[in-house]
Ligand binder design. Structure first.
Ligand SMILES: [Zn+2]
Length: 155
């Protein structure tokens, strides 16, 4: 039988700005204080632990730190074009209308189609499962109090 380990810790909160192109209320730039929660499924080691909590927390922090206090851009979005221009990143709607002009240093372009909570959960899952290869993972991202998305879930 496997053991389950969970972390739900305020210290793992991170803040980001994003927009959901075409969405009625979330289409314009706004922000969230996100929380990443993790479920780990695995065998216990000779110290009777699946993973040391502190090491697990540090591993998650490494991933969330890359996007904390940044503007998240969906690099694979079919709805926008992203252009590099000197020190800036320009975001255009597909119809050619300019959406935003951001300083490059404030932006992270993620390999996802949209910065929904669902795809942020998948993003964390893919990053963390490359680091933590011998355990099962499930990631939950809380967008705001009571609003969460989880990946993966078996049907
Ligand atoms: Zn939002």
């Amino acid at each position: 039988m496997k053991f389950g380990l969970n972390i739900d810790d305020r210290r793992l909160d991170f803040s980001c700005a994003h927009f959901l192109t075409g969405h009625e209320t979330c289409g314009s730039l706004h922000g969230h204080n996100y929380r990443v929660k993790i479920d780990v499924l695995g065998d216990i080691d000779p110290d009777y632990m699946v993973i040391d909590y502190a090491k697990l927390r540090e591993t998650i922090r490494k991933v969330s730190k890359e996007i904390d206090h940044m503007i998240l851009i969906p690099g694979n979005s079919p709805k926008i074009d992203i252009k590099n221009e000197g020190e800036n990143i320009l975001i255009y709607k597909k119809n050619g209308a300019k959406l935003y002009n951001f300083p490059k240093d404030d932006v992270v372009i993620l390999p996802i189609e949209a910065t929904t909570t669902e795809l942020l959960a998948k993003y964390f899952y893919e990053k963390l499962s490359k680091i933590m290869k011998n355990v099962g993972l499930r990631i939950t991202i809380q967008e705001s109090e009571g609003y969460l998305a989880t990946y993966p879930i078996e049907e």
